[in-house]
Design a protein around this ligand. Structure first.
Ligand SMILES: C[S@@+](CC[C@H](N)C(=O)[O-])C[C@H]1O[C@@H](n2cnc3c(N)ncnc32)[C@H](O)[C@@H]1O
Length: 429
């Protein structure tokens, strides 16, 4: 695979350059002149070795969205490992699409891109290899009313279940675990019978998000942050160290409270906007390199973030959520590339599929991390891969900010092994 031809040049303030960025696309001009948080944009170039020579791309570094936490729409507030903040997709959706356009994410995770696009009146298309992903997103495209959620919760028979998995007593009080087991059986039966409705779908999404966490708002005893579940053995060690036993939690109350918090963020206007696009959504469980449910040349904009090499253990982190949803976590083929070459090969396959589905003139904003303490710059890997697949590089945008402790614990930043800047390669089909 092509190696980067040289390191990025020393950044300089864009003002000192006294020229327009190459290609002068409106977005490049805007990034160059960015002042929103008081800092001026630093300019550099990203240089990569392409199949037919060097690829040199204007690169703009600044703080492009606020470092304050939880700025986005409250409906995004479900945890997921390595999700990005809604400000990232919002930035590109606003500038590169119009209402009614189609926005796609082939590595959709909790669905940040697609929910943000839908809240802005764009039609969401997306896929992920993990079926959990659509289960987290779909209900939020058609949010129910809280009164219906509470009525359904009240009608459920949560008493009629034995403890199904003794090992989970490491996380839960026996009575709470019985309730979790009863809800799980109910949801699986409804899915099997084809009677799972929008309210069930919503309750499943909320319950998944309450399975484990570090406060009484979750069903479990104190554990890791809610976007990942530790193993049973690790939880037993946490319990011993903290001298804790799982307290009784009332499943109905925990789910109702989180549901209320999510739905409080949804205005009537949001409901109308979502209703106009949700029925046209195309969500599937599929690998990024084969998405047959998406028609040729149907996409206006892709905003996505693939797994960064093998940094995040999605399978391990999601094992408990998968169990609850009846998903065999072992059978989910997550891309885990140990080497940069292997990663490039899987991204090449994803870009070939993007070439099929993105409209000529459409855009891709491809977010990659700064991995291995900055020694691997995945944007330099993406550029030749995307160019070979028929995409024209427009620019590289580097969002730099100080990550807070909260951001780290929610998996947004990971200064030791993961991301401490967000690096977005912007391409045109
Ligand atoms: C970095 S996360 C995406 C997070 C997303 N941007 C969000 O905000 O929630 C990467 C996602 O890629 C999925 N994934 C891994 N390998 C995949 C593949 N080959 N095809 C499609 N999705 C894949 C993982 O399940 C994970 O949800």
């Amino acid at each position: 695979m092509p190696k980067s031809a040289q390191k990025n040049r020393q950044p300089m303030l864009f003002d000192e350059l006294r020229r327009e960025p190459e290609g002068t696309s409106p977005i490049a001009r805007e990034l160059a002149g960015w002042r929103a948080f008081g800092k001026r944009t630093a300019y550099s170039t990203t240089v990569a070795a392409g199949a037919s020579g060097r690829i040199v791309v204007d690169t703009f570094t600044n703080e492009y969205w606020s470092s304050a936490q939880r700025q986005g729409h409250g409906l995004h507030e479900v945890s997921y490992r390595a999700c990005f903040k809604p400000e990232l997709p919002a930035f590109f959706v606003e500038r590169l699409t119009r209402p009614g356009d189609v926005v796609h994410d082939p590595f959709m995770g909790r669905g940040t891109t697609l929910l943000e696009a839908a809240l802005r009146g764009r039609v969401p298309f997306g896929n992920d290899v993990n079926p959990l992903s659509a289960m987290l997103l779909r209900p939020r495209l058609s949010p129910p009313r809280q009164a219906d959620v509470e009525a359904r919760l009240a009608a459920l028979d949560l008493g009629a279940c034995e403890v199904v998995r003794e090992d989970l007593l490491a996380f839960y009080h026996p009575d709470t675990l019985r309730e979790i087991g009863a809800l799980r059986s109910y949801l699986l039966a409804r899915a099997r019978e084809g009677t799972l409705d929008a309210v069930d779908d919503w309750i499943r999404m909320v319950a998944v998000n309450r399975l484990t966490g570090h406060s009484p708002g979750f069903l479990s005893v104190y554990t890791m942050p809610p976007n990942q579940a530790v193993s049973v053995a690790a939880q037993l060690r946490i319990n011993e160290k903290r001298n804790q036993t799982p307290p009784r939690r009332d499943l109905r109350a925990v789910v109702a409270r989180k549901s209320k918090a999510l739905l409080a963020a949804v205005s009537d206007e949001d409901r109308a906007t979502l209703a106009a696009v949700a029925s046209r959504a195309v969500l599937s469980t599929a690998p990024a390199n084969a998405t047959p449910s998406i028609p040729d040349a149907s996409i206006d904009l892709v905003v996505t973030s693939p797994p960064f090499l093998d940094i995040v253990q999605y399978k391990d982190d999601n094992w408990l959520r998968c169990w609850f949803c009846g998903i065999d976590a072992e059978s989910v083929q997550i891309t885990m590339a140990r080497t940069v070459d292997a990663w490039a090969a899987s991204m090449r396959a994803a870009f070939l599929e993007l070439r099929r589905v993105v409209k000529p003139g459409g855009h891709v904003a491809f977010e990659v991390g700064e991995v291995r303490r900055g020694s691997v710059r995945l944007e330099e890997v993406v550029l030749p891969v995307a160019a070979t697949a028929g995409f024209q590089p427009e620019l590289v945008m580097i969002h730099a900010q100080k990550f807070t402790k909260t951001a780290n614990c929610w998996g947004i930043g990971n200064n030791d092994k993961g991301t401490n800047t967000q690096r977005v390669v912007v391409l045109r089909r």
